[in-house]
Write a protein that binds this ligand. Structure first.
Ligand SMILES: [Zn+2]
Length: 371
C-alpha cells in the first residue's frame, strides 16, 4: 500500500514535490510532521491538527512502549484508534530517546539495554523488538533501530556506530519482511556523524539492504547549522531519487527552507509545539515572544493575515494575558498557531516547487525576515 511518487522538481535547486501514499491517506511533500510524543501532540486534539492542515504525525516508540505499553495500545488495534487519529502515523525506533532520556544505556551487538526514566526498570531493545513494537502501534512508516552517536564524536566511534546501524538495519528489514502486512513502510537511517566518507558508506550500505524510504539521522544533535546543512547536502544526493527522504528532528523555518532546497521531503521537530508552550510564536516576519510587555494592549492577532483559529479569534493582548496568568488555554492557542505556521510554510514551499518558483519563494522568505 505504501508508495512514493515524484510530482515536480525545481529547475533551480534540488527541491522537489511528491506524494506519499499510505493506507491511512496521502501525504503531500515536502511535509512537516507535528510530534505526538506520547500519543498526543501536546495540548491539541486530532480535530485541531486536521484544522491546521496536518497530514501525518509522529509518535515516539520509546515513550509509548514504556507507557502505556503495547498491551494497552494493542487492545485498540494500534495507535490510530487509541488516540483517535485516522491519518498516517510515523513512529521512530526509540533509539534516540534511549540515549537522551533513559539511564545507563548500553549498546551491544544484540541491541541496547537501558533503564526506564520513569521507574528505573531494565529493558532491552533489539532491532527485532522495535519492529514488533512499531507493528503493535500500527505505524504507517516505521524506522529502523540505529546507533545515533553524540556530537562531537571521534571517527573511530562514528565508524563503530555506523557498522552497528547497518547490522541492525538488516535485522530490522528481515523482521519487517516476515511480519509485513503490506500496509506499512520501513525506513533506513543514515548515520556517520560529521564525516562525509562515513555518511557515504552508511547510505550505500543501507541502499543495498533496500528500504522504501531513507532518513538522515544524527543531525541536529548540537552541531553548528552550517555543518548540519553540509552533511545533508553531501548525503542527500547519494540516496535514490525515487524514495522519500526524511531529516529527523530538524528544525527552524530557516533550516526547513534550506533543506527543502537540498531535496528533503519529510521533517519532524518539537520546535513549534515546545516553543509555543514557552510563549515563542513563529511568524513570516520572525519570532515574537508573547510575554513581551509591548503586547500588553495589542489588539492585533499574533500574525496579521494568518488564517489559523487563534489568529481569527484572539488578540495578542489576550494571548499575552493567558500566558502571563499561566492559563492552560495559552498553550493550546499558541500551539495551534505555531503548527499552522509550520504546515502552511511547507505548503507554500510545495506550491512554489510546483510552479517552479522555489528560488523566488526562498528569496522572499529571507526578505520578509529582514523587514
Ligand atoms: Zn495564526
Amino acid at each position: 500500500m505504501f508508495s512514493f511518487e515524484l510530482i515536480a522538481h525545481s529547475t533551480e535547486s534540488r527541491a522537489r514535490a511528491g506524494m506519499v501514499r499510505t493506507s491511512h491517506g496521502v501525504v503531500e511533500t515536502p511535509v512537516f510532521m507535528p510530534v505526538g510524543t506520547r500519543g498526543s501532540v501536546k495540548s491539541v486534539t486530532p480535530e485541531e491538527l486536521l484544522a491546521v492542515g496536518a497530514q501525518i504525525i509522529l509518535g515516539n516508540t520509546y515513550h509509548l512502549y514504556l507507557r502505556p505499553g503495547c498491551d494497552v495500545i494493542g487492545s485498540f488495534a494500534g495507535l490510530h484508534q487509541f488516540m483517535h487519529w485516522d491519518g498516517p502515523i510515523l513512529t521512530d525506533s526509540g533509539g534516540f530517546q534511549v540515549f537522551s532520556l533513559a539511564k545507563l544505556a548500553k549498546i551491544s551487538e544484540e541491541g541496547v539495554t537501558f533503564q526506564s526514566h520513569l521507574d528505573g526498570s531494565s529493558h532491552l531493545l533489539t532491532p527485532e523488538k522495535v519492529i514488533d513494537i512499531q507493528n503493535c502501534l500500527g505505524s504507517d512508516i516505521m524506522m529502523c533501530l540505529d546507533d545515533c552517536i553524540q556530537y562531537p564524536a571521534t571517527r573511530k566511534d562514528s565508524l563503530t556506530a555506523l557498522e552497528i546501524t547497518t547490522k541492525w538495519a538488516k535485522r530490522c528489514k528481515q523482521t519487517w519482511r516476515e511480519s509485513e502486512t503490506e500496509h506499512n513502510a520501513l525506513f533506513g537511517i543514515v548515520q556517520g556523524s560529521m564525516y562525509t566518507d562515513l555518511r557515504q558508506r552508511s547510505a550505500e550500505e543501507l541502499m543495498i539492504v533496500d528500504f522504501p524510504g531513507y532518513a538522515v539521522g544524527g543531525l541536529s544533535v548540537g552541531e553548528p547549522a552550517e555543518v548540519m546543512l553540509e552533511m545533508a547536502d553531501y548525503t542527500l544526493p547519494i540516496l535514490p531519487d525515487t524514495k522519500p527522504r526524511y531529516i529527523m528532528g530538524v528544525g527552524t523555518p530557516e533550516n526547513l527552507v534550506e533543506l527543502v532546497a537540498l531535496g528533503v521531503d519529510m521533517f519532524d521537530c518539537v520546535l513549534p509545539t515546545r516553543n509555543a508552550r514557552n510563549g515563542q510564536i513563529f511568524t513570516q516576519f520572525g519570532t515574537i515572544n508573547i510575554s513581551n510587555a509591548q503586547y500588553k494592549e495589542d489588539t492585533e492577532p499574533l500574525e496579521s493575515g494568518c488564517k489559523c483559529y487563534t489568529c481569527r479569534n484572539y488578540s495578542r493582548a489576550y494571548l499575552r494575558h493567558l500566558y502571563m496568568a499561566r492559563e492552560l488555554l495559552a498553550y493550546r492557542l499558541n500551539t495551534i498557531h505555531n503548527i499552522h505556521y509550520f504546515i502552511s510554510f511547507m505548503k507554500q514551499m510545495r506550491q512554489a516547487i510546483l510552479a517552479d518558483k522555489f528560488e523566488s519563494f526562498r528569496k522572499d522568505y529571507y526578505q520578509k525576515l529582514e523587514n
